[in-house]
Write a protein that binds this ligand. Structure first.
Ligand SMILES: NC(=O)c1ccc[n+]([C@@H]2O[C@H](COP(=O)([O-])OP(=O)(O)OC[C@H]3O[C@@H](n4cnc5c(N)ncnc54)[C@H](O)[C@@H]3O)[C@@H](O)[C@H]2O)c1
Length: 496
């Protein structure tokens, strides 16, 4: 007898020949459930007509200028967080370039192709500058950012030495932590409180203290903490009233990341979720976000393997090439890899990674091409690799008359190097959203899907995973807000 978990996190017992057969069964069931869920969501969205009336005209939204400092608060000062903060400081000192950041290096085409207008994103909309950023964070370990960055082993020590005084000055505040949610690690730097509401109050006080001590005029919270164990929403997450009651009664279904999100949103601070945890993907957080005009977005940074998946899968669908199987495996040796070695945390990550293909390929619409695809994702903790992850994909496709072909992708990537510019862009765009009349009261910022493996959407709406559609959505949102014409790529007028 062995245990296996279904896509809804329910545990089942069944007779299997061995542990591998049990995992195999679990993967198959999860993939099937995802395919069914995706086609259900699509039907639902079609029935309800999706969003109300499509907004096709551009408006000129009010965007308050980015005056003063922008405070960045980071729960989880590990590899991603330190690579981001060290990177910002290195760029400010002229030691490196912001490669990979759309806000720093990207452009946005305006008007017709013949007009030659392509300003930089940061010149087109009023973003905070890198010099405006000030930082704080929380962690269960007491290491300052210099020590944490040295331990993470992502950046060269020669670069870190040049940034040492700055990084050493950022020390983690005691964290809100629950070992049941992250089983592989434990640390001394944690808050104590009788109830989860007490802990939330302490976080709110930290936020107020930081606002005062840093002199920041605006704040943003970026979850860069470990991946928490898989859970499903319950009654406690359905409204502010039930959530606050659950905080007071120490409901075990309230994860630490939710307490940070609650504290931020209560203080009117936007929140982005870089991990696959539920965190802000809950009715209570949507309610709070809209009420306090503190935008939210998530979840799970789209960095290596999933980035490639959301580029390749749309190409197969565009050319109507079939897919019989996609096997993805990873080896990584950083602390994130160690945390994901726990089945509960892995389950959260697996859910986030699996949804992508079903939504892009739409097996319900193309049953002959994608009706029988087999999708499997593995993550293996392998310490020698550190942060330099290797993601392998074996893709079995078929073409004309059903003839099979194979594609192999071997991405030797650097996890945190890919994640850091995403963190920067999210910080700057979330702050922009809060200063923008049309965005600040929306709650979920779906236009930031571009950055996530599992983009949050309005209830009943299926997520858009195709990277290039996501990019178009992001840039069109900026054009729309600035009263510029949306780009549809129709282009017939060039031939009039
Ligand atoms: N690097 C990537 O490419 C990538 C991509 C997608 C998602 N992510 C996610 O981003 C997160 C950060 O990744 P990382 O590589 O920096 O991991 P990491 O293990 O180096 O850092 C996470 C940090 O969070 C701390 N932490 C855990 N629980 C906490 C809590 N309740 N409060 C405060 N601190 C807490 C840990 O002590 C650790 O220092 C992970 O959840 C990871 O899955 C990373």
């Amino acid at each position: 007898m062995a245990d296996w978990w279904d896509a809804d996190g329910r545990r089942h017992r069944k007779q299997f020949a061995n542990a591998a057969a049990a995992r195999e069964h679990e993967h198959r069931e999860t993939a099937l459930a995802h395919a069914e869920r995706a086609s259900r969501e699509m039907k639902l969205a079609t029935k309800s007509g999706g969003a109300k009336k499509a907004r096709t005209e551009s408006v000129k939204a009010t965007m308050e200028p980015a005056k003063g400092k922008l405070g960045v608060m980071i729960p989880g000062m590990g590899a991603v967080a330190t690579t981001f903060v060290a990177g910002v400081e290195a760029i400010r000192k002229g030691l490196a370039k912001p490669i990979g950041s759309l806000t720093q290096m990207g452009t946005v085409r305006l008007g017709k192709r013949t007009e030659g207008r392509s300003p930089k994103v940061k010149e087109f909309v009023p973003l905070a500058t890198l010099d405006d950023l000030v930082f704080t964070g929380w962690d269960i370990f007491e290491d300052n950012m210099y020590e944490a960055a040295s331990n993470a082993g992502v950046l060269d020590y020669r670069l870190l030495e040049q940034l040492k005084p700055f990084l050493s000055s950022i020390k983690p505040r005691p964290a809100v932590f629950d070992h049941n949610y992250v089983k592989k690690i434990d640390g001394p730097n944690v808050k104590k409180g009788k109830t989860k509401m007490d802990l939330a109050e302490q976080l709110r006080q930290d936020i107020r203290d930081f606002r005062k001590s840093s002199g920041a005029t605006r704040l943003v919270t970026m979850w860069c903490g470990s991946t928490e164990s898989f859970i499903e929403p319950t009654e406690a997450h359905q409204s502010l009233k039930s959530f606050e009651k659950a905080l007071r009664s120490n409901d075990e279904m309230i994860a630490p990341s939710m307490i940070y999100a609650y504290a931020s949103l209560m203080e009117g601070v936007p929140f982005a979720n870089g991990a696959p945890n539920l965190t802000v993907d809950l009715p209570v957080m949507l309610e709070l976000s809209r009420k306090n005009e503190a935008p939210i977005c998530g979840k799970d940074f789209k960095t290596g393997q999933t980035l490639m998946k959301t580029v390749l899968a749309p190409a197969f669908k565009a050319r109507l090439l079939g897919l019989s199987g996609w096997y993805s495996t990873n080896i990584l040796g950083n602390r994130d890899g160690e945390v994901l070695d726990d089945p509960g945390s892995f389950k959260t990550k697996e859910e986030s990674k699996l949804g992508v293909l079903e939504h892009i390929l739409q097996p319900g619409l193309y049953p002959e091409l994608y009706g029988n695809m087999y999708h499997k994702v593995r993550i293996n903790y392998y310490p020698p690799r550190g942060d330099n992850k290797e993601g392998w994909d074996n893709i079995d496709i078929f073409g004309w008359l059903g003839y099979p072909m194979q594609i192999k992708v071997d991405f030797l990537c650097r996890d945190s190097i890919l994640a850091a510019p995403i963190v920067l862009d999210l910080v700057l765009f979330l702050d922009l959203a809060q200063r923008t009349s049309e965005l600040r009261g929306l709650g979920i910022q779906e236009w930031l899907s571009f950055y996530f493996k599992s983009p949050m959407t309005a209830p009943g709406l299926y997520p858009e995973h195709d990277l290039f559609i996501q990019l178009m959505k992001l840039k069109n949102t900026l054009r729309h807000l600035k009263g510029e014409e949306l780009i549809t790529h129709l282009g017939l007028e060039y031939y009039d």
